[in-house]
Design a protein around this ligand. Structure first.
Ligand code: ZN
Length: 572
């Protein structure tokens, strides 16, 4: 491809409405353009990366035995009424009417449509197992679409649905998809983790999320440094430690802590450290209950673990007013001693002795606080957020904490959709059986955006070779120099003949601006053809990832580059 003939509108300035790096760089590199909030054009360069990602997905889905089909984006309401989701799904479902006033929606996911296909076409257990997938545009009417392709309203997704006679078969299908997903993200050249996740509102019995590691990620995840264990922080289990509390040595004493409210302020004022404080949180639940939760001062509450323990939907910090009412003091001075509330505590609190805690009185704390001696705890449990260095729940290793971007999700659905929609087959005894299902999604555009979040520098994108829009950019330093242009044309032609995807920058632009664009669009390899080196019969090769430059003889440059591309495309 010739740059001068291509549609590649790069921008020098960062668009003001783009908050995250991938959004900024995709706009600046001329990959996407906004049409409406959360709705984008994929310009030629952006589409090339999307298509490469799709190809990797297709190959691995096919290898795993899944079969591609294509379902419509526009779905009649009746199907969603059968599953009950027409009412349940909420405002993210874009509903519309046709000219006959019939209700439709734009599909955000296709469990209903695919279940309808299977119940109408699969009659016998002999046709199973079956795994059907598609790569298609989807629509979710996000309330706040932002971050470009990271959270758009219309987006490209691969969704697969498995159907099995027995639960064991569904488990095997899930495992196959899990392995296929690992291969897909490995082949894309991304650093990622597969983490245990909550099943959320899709329902079902078990799920894993695939997270691309990036500092800008919205999700916090933990993984073990020595085994395969990885989980969303919300879900990360912590073990009860074997440590026990030292026997109480100090007596309970009230001390003044004027205006010291935060754990850090109190610790500093009393000449101690945050881990010697008992943090007392007054928490309110959706069932209207108010409880006190105790944590070591340097820990954070995991409200999902607390909700699970209490059997409620959500638990959040009580209002200032409620805190004043139940403790008699403004927030910052709550403590377990003398508190008339249910008290729940994290396991670690049991290991504390002679600690500091609020005195339920403005500007006062207690020192010499000891659990059991000075207050009673209804239950000790795992209630805190995991942190780096915590022990792994599965082995003797330690947990590491990462930021991640969710790019894939695998679910066991059980019979949620097949039962409500009557998807059954006859088994070998001629009995009618409800099918077990699984669903498996990959955000294609989101993965490409996540790849940029993970791979960039201050000058632009640094594509992993497998999803780079082009593999090589050949920069003609001065297109008006006949020798330079001839040599660059020749290398470009040789590269194409060798099956390498080459972009020839033949524009009549200053060299500096060409190099800037090359950095911005992030093509992995750059061959520079300039007059000076050409006098010695040489061209310069530079990798986008490193500053190192190598001089290559003109006649062997194409072959060397082709070899480098092949090396970088191979899986580990
Ligand atoms: Zn482990």
């Amino acid at each position: 491809m010739r740059y001068s003939q291509y549609l590649l509108p790069t921008l020098k300035e960062t668009p003001s409405d783009a908050e995250v790096i991938s959004h900024q760089l995709m706009l600046r590199a001329g990959m996407i353009r906004k049409v409406a909030a959360g709705i984008y054009n994929y310009l030629p360069l952006g589409l090339r990366s999307i298509r490469k990602m799709e190809r990797i997905v297709r190959e691995e889905m096919d290898r795993a035995g899944a079969i591609e089909l294509l379902m419509p984006m526009t779905i009649p309401a009746e199907l969603w009424e059968e599953s009950g989701r027409w009412k349940e799904y909420g405002k993210e479902l874009l509903r519309l009417k046709d000219r006959k006033e019939a209700d439709f929606c734009l599909g955000p996911t296709h469990e209903e449509v695919v279940t309808d296909i299977v119940r109408g076409t699969v009659r016998s257990y002999r046709q199973l197992p079956l795994n059907l997938y598609q790569i298609q545009g989807k629509f979710r009417d996000e309330i706040r679409p932002r971050f470009g392709l990271m959270r758009g309203r219309e987006f490209i997704m691969k969704d697969a649905y498995s159907f099995d006679l027995e639960e064991a078969g569904a488990d095997a299908a899930y495992e196959k998809m899990y392995q296929a997903y690992r291969r897909i993200f490995e082949r894309c050249g991304l650093r990622f983790r597969a983490v245990e996740a909550d099943t959320g509102n899709i329902g079902g019995t078990s799920s894993h999320e695939f997270m691309v590691l990036a500092e800008s990620g919205e999700d916090s995840i933990v993984s073990c440094d020595s085994c395969e264990y990885a989980a969303n922080v919300e879900k990360a289990e912590l073990r009860q430690s074997a440590a026990t509390a030292a026997p109480p040595a100090a007596s309970l004493q009230k001390v003044l802590t004027p205006s010291r409210k935060s754990v850090e302020e109190v610790a500093e004022f009393l000449g101690t450290t945050p881990d010697r404080l008992v943090k007392t949180l007054i928490v309110e639940t959706d069932t209207g209950e108010i409880v006190a939760v105790l944590l070591r001062g340097d820990r954070e509450l995991n409200d999902i673990k607390l909700s699970r323990l209490l059997g409620c939907n959500w638990a959040e910090l009580a209002s200032e007013e409620t805190v004043l009412k139940v403790t008699g003091a403004p927030s910052g001075f709550a403590g377990p001693v003398g508190l008339k509330l249910r008290i729940l505590a994290d396991w670690e609190v049991r290991e504390m002795s002679d600690a500091v805690a609020g005195a339920n009185e403005k500007d006062a704390h207690f020192t010499g606080v000891n659990p059991e001696r000075d207050f009673a705890v209804e239950a000790y449990a795992d209630l805190r957020e995991a942190v780096a260095g915590d022990p792994c729940p599965r082995c003797e290793g330690r947990l590491e904490v990462w930021r991640g971007i969710e790019v894939g999700h695998v679910f066991k659905l059980g019979t949620k959709y097949s039962a409500s929609m009557g998807a059954t087959v006859l088994d070998d005894q001629g009995r009618e059986r409800i099918l077990f299902m699984g669903c498996y999604g990959i955000g294609v555009g989101r993965t490409v955006a996540a790849a940029i979040e993970q791979n960039h520098d201050e000058n632009g994108i640094i594509w992993p070779m497998p999803i780079a829009p082009f593999q090589v950019i050949v920069t003609m330093v001065n297109p008006n120099d006949e020798q330079v242009s001839l040599a660059a044309e020749q290398i470009h032609a040789q590269l194409l003949a060798l099956g390498v995807e080459s972009l020839l920058d033949d524009r009549d632009e200053r060299p500096g601006s060409k190099f800037k664009d090359a950095d911005l669009i992030g093509i992995p390899l750059r061959l520079t053809v300039g007059a000076r080196a050409l006098k010695d019969g040489q061209v310069e090769l530079q990798h986008r990832r490193s500053a190192e430059r190598t001089m290559l003889a003109l006649e062997e440059a194409a072959a060397r580059v082709a070899q480098q591309v092949r090396t970088e495309l191979q899986m580990d």
